[in-house]
Design a protein around this ligand. Structure first.
Ligand code: SME
Length: 317
């Protein structure tokens, strides 16, 4: 099976997808432009319409299309139009190109799920593949031939590509929860099952919700549905990681709780955490989702991307 991804400079995207088990071949090339067999120099003029693209061949028994599209989204800035990392131009646009219409519903599902995180539209095109020409030989596996060569992808993405078990688990957890949440309006019941699914599927040390009571800076968080050891029952606005996420209205990742000023230690075993706000219809924070790990540095951007979609699925009805 084949799928084509434009994710900015193809040196980095080829290196990234080559590390994923189930991907059997990756070719760097130029897609969806005008003319035939363009050279790098022609594409570089940014007037050919071609996008730097990787052609992925994969074994669906080992790597599903859904998983590959998720891995693609994790490796791009999906809001950035015609720019990834230090590279700018239409040749560095982001896109998913398919050769079989059967792939479209899966691509759309992941696309819509990512869109739910943001209020501005994604800058990722989803289109049929019109054409693809492999790039010159010196561009193939460029970063293996030139270790230390320019790469716009963060190094931790290569570690993720080699060991994507957590992503596979998040995909199952998010799919299970989205199905369960469809049509359900009872937020307490949804929070209870969200905590259970995250605990069961992801094996986190502590997963739970704090509910916001009161408004503005007089709001207080009180303990809601959770899984794990007993926890603090109340957290004031602006205090601890949870109270900070409430005040700032944004996801907070704490790699080392000891280094976070004002961290509230409910359990001495907790070493790192992530807190994601849950928004109400008027954009107010109604609760926060808090996840703790017994290891340092357990959470990053990939966790934020899945957990923000989790809480969106909770309020979709
Ligand atoms: N550590 C959190 C408090 C909640 S517990 O981790 C369950 C904080 O600083 O807000």
């Amino acid at each position: 099976m084949r799928i084509w991804f434009a994710g900015g400079c193809f040196w980095g995207t080829q290196h990234y997808f080559r590390k994923i088990r189930g991907v059997t071949s990756v070719r760097a090339g130029y897609a969806n432009g005008n003319g035939e067999n363009p050279t790098y120099e022609q594409v570089y003029t940014d007037s050919t319409g071609f996008a730097e693209t990787v052609e992925i061949e994969y074994d669906p028994a080992e790597a599903s299309l859904e998983f590959l599209v998720e891995m693609f989204f994790l490796a791009i800035d999906p809001l950035s139009l015609n720019r990834q990392g230090g590279d700018e131009g239409t040749r560095y646009r982001t896109g998913i190109y398919y050769s079989s219409e059967k792939d479209l519903p899966v691509i759309r599902r992941v696309f819509d799920s990512w869109q739910s995180r943001f209020s501005s539209p994604l800058a990722v095109e989803v289109l049929p593949l019109e054409n693809f020409f492999p790039a010159e030989e010196y561009h193939q596996n460029y970063l293996e031939k030139n270790p230390g060569g320019y790469c716009h992808l963060r190094p931790e993405l290569f570690a993720l590509a080699k060991n994507p078990e957590k992503i596979r688990n998040y995909i199952l957890a998010l799919r299970e929860f989205t199905a369960l949440a469809a049509g359900e309006k009872d937020s307490l019941a949804l929070m209870a099952n969200a905590a259970a699914i995250l605990k069961e599927r992801m094996g986190f040390f502590w997963v739970g919700f704090y509910l916001a009571n009161g408004s503005g800076s007089s709001a207080v968080l009180s303990l809601g549905p959770f899984q794990g050891p007993p926890a603090c029952m109340r957290i004031p606005y602006g205090k601890g990681v949870c109270g900070t996420a409430l005040a700032k209205k944004q996801t907070i990742i704490v790699p080392d709780v000891e280094a976070f000023p004002g961290h509230i230690a409910c359990s001495s075993l907790s070493q790192s955490e992530i807190v994601v706000p849950v928004f109400g219809p008027a954009g107010e924070v109604t609760a926060v989702l808090d996840i703790d790990s017994m290891e340092k540095d357990a959470f990053g951007e990939p966790d934020a991307s899945f957990l923000e979609r989790f809480v969106k699925a909770m309020t979709q009805n």
